[in-house]
Design a protein around this ligand. Structure first.
Ligand SMILES: Cc1ncc(COP(=O)(O)O)c(C=O)c1O
Length: 392
């Protein structure tokens, strides 16, 4: 089913999905697919999760929207839960990842302007992805995302990912830098995992220079890498962290969390959102965070990811065109030595949903509720497709 009434931003659609349960999805022809993508890192709890369905149904029958002129109990409970889980101090709720990142960019500017910096500048990374709004596409390190949307936004400097020394040098030459904005693992950029001590070195650098450390955990957050937030593997606390995707398990919601010197930056009149933090999305997110944290699903994400990565490494050890298998928790990349977009449809035909990013990286973002048998099934379907893959 297609209609010309939709703008053609996504190209042809692969299928019409009509139903989901756990790690399974069904299309309108009755075909069943194993979900290795979770709607691009969204449905960590899988599809039709009873706790999310119950929370949404209950809230929709009581109050869907009331505006932020009024206190919203679920919004406050969700903020308390997120601060408790993360060690951060306060939260603003929006509706998406790009919006959360816009808020982070605004906070860095508030911070820089307060310090009297002439052109407050945020240091961002090569190969990064932060979203599709004007400021977030400028912050992204991909010409594909930026091309055609010039003029880009001022106030960004760029450096290589996972290279602290390079950032020090850039900082030495640019006194306007007031914040660093980075993904702990680059997702769209090809599941690029930084060195273990990268975030603690970044924390130290930001403290030395008086920069805000701002982390984009839109994709890495919400249990996906084995902790609720990926930075928790490093024992640091950032000044700002953004998240979205898995926060509401499919109900749109985004959040920006602040701590320390960033926590008091936003004041009445600085920021707002009509739908942000509404009773419905907060009910869904509160149920999702509770399931993930209290149900230990972050630990399950780590176990499941290890199982899949180990099995792939064993099965693909002798496959010459596989360059690297990497990842953390349920965020896994298999880099080939050639573009491999066509593997997406090849996998669909075998009943498996995967993704290819950065042209040649197969990306797996399975739901944490996937069983071990289903994880083995995923590997059993994918391995022959990769072994037999010649070229796009
Ligand atoms: C790291 C990261 N930041 C931001 C975004 C943008 O999020 P959204 O599509 O919800 O605006 C994404 C989406 O893929 C992302 O992976």
């Amino acid at each position: 089913m297609t209609t010309e009434a939709l703008m053609n931003t996504y190209g042809p659609r692969a299928a019409t999905l009509v139903k989901g349960e756990g790690a399974w999805l069904w299309d309108d022809r009755g075909n069943r697919y194993l979900d290795g993508l979770s709607g691009i890192a969204v449905c960590g709890l899988g599809h039709s999760h009873p706790a999310i369905a119950a929370a949404v149904t209950q809230q929709a029958s009581e109050l869907t929207h009331c505006s932020n002129f009024f206190a919203i109990p679920n919004q406050q409970a969700l903020a308390d839960k997120l601060c408790d889980v993360s060690g951060m101090s306060n939260v603003f709720f929006g509706n998406s990842g790009a919006e959360a990142n816009e808020a982070a960019i605004k906070m860095a500017r508030l911070y820089g302007n307060k310090l009297g910096i002439k052109l407050p500048t945020i240091l961002v990374m090569d190969n990064a992805f932060h979203g599709r709004t004007l400021a977030t596409l400028t912050a992204s390190g991909s010409r594909k995302v930026q091309a055609g949307f010039e003029p880009l936004v001022r106030g960004f400097a760029r450096g290589p990912f996972n290279d602290i020394q390079a950032l020090k040098t850039i900082g030495d030459n640019n006194p306007d830098i007031c914040a660093v904005f980075v993904e702990p693992i680059q997702g769209e950029g090809g599941i690029r995992v930084a060195d273990n001590n990268y975030l603690s070195q970044l924390r130290e650098l930001c403290d030395q220079r008086g920069w805000l450390l701002m982390l984009d955990e839109v994709q890495t957050g919400n249990g996906r890498t084995g902790k609720y937030f990926c930075y928790q593997h490093s024992g640091i606390v950032p000044d700002v962290v953004t998240t979205s995707k898995g926060l509401g398990n499919g109900v749109p919601i985004g959040a920006i969390l602040a701590s320390g010197k960033a926590a008091g930056l936003m004041q009445p009149g600085n920021h707002g959102s009509t739908f942000g933090g509404n009773p419905l999305s907060c009910a869904a997110a509160l149920a999702a965070v509770t399931e993930i944290v209290d149900g230990g699903l972050d630990k399950r994400a780590a176990e499941l990811g290890d199982r899949i990565i180990n099995n792939l490494q064993t099965e693909l050890a002798d496959t010459d065109h596989v360059l690297e298998i990497r990842g953390r928790g349920c965020m896994i990349g298999i880099e080939l030595d050639k573009p491999c977009k066509s593997l997406f449809m090849a996998a669909m035909e075998k009943g498996l949903i995967i993704n290819v990013t950065a042209d040649s990286v197969i990306r797996l973002l399975p739901p944490f509720v996937m069983t071990s048998n289903q994880a083995d099934q995923l590997v059993d379907i994918l391995v022959p497709l990769i072994k037999d893959f010649d070229k796009d």
